[in-house]
Design a protein around this ligand. Structure first.
Ligand code: SF4
Length: 534
């Protein structure tokens, strides 16, 4: 800044033009957004009479804190996709895979680590503390993160925890539970889960620190990250060693090349990889897939069986509508409207179960847990009654879509907004439907691409931090969009589809990077700001 301009700037918010015209646009921020936000900040300075420096303006214009580059989820050169189906589809309590399933896995993991300490150390243990940071702290209360964290400490795992245990913690928050570590026994309560700083220099927006204490002395401390979809990492994390995939791929293009060159479907390529990476038989892979299909069907049925107008937990007092939408759909005189109504009702049913904190399946996350089950149920016993094998194949193709989104972008709303949750779920569901109807690999890709494309930019702004508004209805829209994507993809000339899936995943990653942090599961903006609860 020139001397003259500095003097002006010191006294007058419009005094210097230098900060307005000489800033470098930071990495990961698009020029238009940067300039727009910068201009807004400048205008604010005029209105408030407070000078805003170029540096401050830059910081406020970029807003979203960067993720640490050494996190496995953000590493660029990752080689082929190595995710396996049992890591991806997880059963656990709603309402959010990153805010309930992830934290429960984290505290369960920490308890296991603590139990391996030498006996003399364990004998001194007096307390176990869990600190929640970033988005976990900002919206954890609405997600029941503290209850999930406590459940993990007392040895409960997401897939087998009784949701009634979590309900009882909500209804009687003062309960205490004994924790036994070696010869030491001490009690833990919800007060041992601490809502810590919401803003700071975290490696990931969903950061937790677990500590085993002896009075004021720390016996063991571990920093963890709930990186989306129930996946967890920790400081010093290295991915587990696995066998090489039979058909290595890192992009949809490579995956489709394997399928086409070997005259296989995408599902068959995925099955071969599951068997080689995890060392499982075909029967074992399908046994797991069947378990997930059954759990998805159960969550839809359970949601539909709830009384009409049941009120979901939390301050929104949201009335459930799955049963009503289903009944009205069945009475509709138009067959097409019955189909759309029923599909929406199935998605609402599973998503409302998530809102109740009941068991759901990450596909890819808890917030989006209504989308895939709606299509699984609709293609199977709830509607089309396709053979089980078709749905199994669809689940494998859907997993490929989810793996690729995780590999190159994110499944975490705290990193990428709702496009990373409902957008990916819808894309997976489109691949499921196309595969179940024996569509060629290019059509499967096009359906998945189309569903993802039309969710790009969608923000995450859960009202009051509860995964209910907009989440529950959004699952219904995600399910219907998946069907629309399949309808378009199976009726166009596949080779004329102009956008390939890999390009759209890149757009997902870049949009996630550019999105203002307020729209990443912080409940600081969007509907969370404009909807006033009374
Ligand atoms: S708005 Fe979307 S991403 Fe955010 S909590 Fe709801 S479902 Fe999840």
């Amino acid at each position: 800044m020139t001397k003259e301009n500095k003097e002006l700037a010191d006294n007058d918010p419009l005094g210097s033009l230098d900060p307005l015209i000489s800033q470098n646009i930071p990495d990961g921020v698009d020029r238009r957004t940067f300039l727009m936000r910068s201009a807004v900040v400048g205008a604010t300075a005029v209105m408030t009479g407070r000078f805003v420096s170029a540096q401050e303006r830059t910081e406020r214009s970029t807003a979203a804190p960067p993720l640490a580059p050494d996190l496995n989820v953000v590493k660029k050169s990752k080689g082929p996709v190595m995710t396996t189906i049992d890591e991806f589809y997880k059963v656990g309590p709603g309402p959010s895979s990153s805010h309930t399933i992830g934290p429960m896995r984290i505290t369960y993991d920490f308890y296991q680590r603590a139990s391996k300490l030498p006996a003399d150390k364990l004998a001194k243990a007096t307390a176990l503390k869990v600190h929640l940071f970033g988005s976990l702290s900002a919206t954890g209360k609405g997600h029941g993160t503290e209850r999930a964290s406590l459940a993990g400490i007392v040895g409960k795992e997401p897939a087998t925890v009784d949701p009634l245990f979590l309900d009882s913690l909500r209804d009687k928050p003062d309960q205490s539970f004994p924790v036994k570590l070696g010869t030491a026994t001490f009690n833990v309560t919800l007060k041992d889960v601490i809502y810590d700083a919401t803003k700071g220099d975290f490696k990931h927006p969903n950061t937790m620190i677990c500590k085993l204490m002896a009075g004021n002395e720390v016996l063991l401390e571990q920093e963890y990250y709930s990186v989306g979809g129930g996946f967890i990492e920790w400081k010093g994390y290295t991915p587990p060693k696995k066998n090489a995939p039979k058909y290595p791929f890192a992009t949809m293009k490579e995956l489709r090349a394997h399928a086409d060159n070997n005259k296989l479907s995408i599902a068959q390529v995925m099955l071969a990889n599951e068997m080689s990476i995890a060392g499982r038989t075909q029967e074992e892979v399908f046994a797991f897939v069947d378990k997930i299909i059954n759990a998805m069907v159960a969550t839809v049925k359970s949601g539909l069986s709830m009384p009409e107008d049941d009120v979901l937990p939390g301050p929104i007092k949201l009335h459930s509508k799955a049963a009503t939408v289903y009944k009205r759909a069945m009475d509709d005189k138009y067959e097409s409207d019955r189909g759309i109504g029923a599909l929406s009702a199935y998605a609402l049913a599973a998503s409302e179960e998530n809102g109740r904190g009941h068991l759901v399946i990450t596909a890819p996350t808890g917030g989006s847990a209504g989308v895939m089950p709606a299509l699984v149920y609709g293609l199977g016993e709830g509607g089309r009654k396709l053979p089980l094998q078709k749905i199994r194949d669809g689940m494998l193709a859907a997993a490929a879509v989810g793996y690729l989104c995780k590999h190159h972008a994110t499944l975490s709303a705290a990193e990428g907004g709702c496009q990373a949750e409902i957008g990916v779920a819808s894309s997976m569901a489109a691949a499921l439907v196309a595969t179940a109807y024996d569509a060629p690999s290019r059509v499967v890709e096009n359906a998945a691409e189309s569903a993802l494309e039309h969710h790009l930019g969608m923000t995450c702004d859960p009202v009051a931090g509860y995964v209910q508004v907009p989440c529950i209805e959004r699952c219904a829209f995600g399910a219907v969009k998946a069907w629309t994507a399949y309808a378009i993809a199976s009726n166009e000339i596949a080779s004329r589809h102009r956008v390939d899936f890999d390009a759209t995943v890149q757009a997902l990653a870049q949009t996630a990077k550019d999105m203002n942090s307020k729209y990443k599961e912080t409940s600081e903006a969007g509907l969370a700001l404009s909807v006033v609860l009374c």
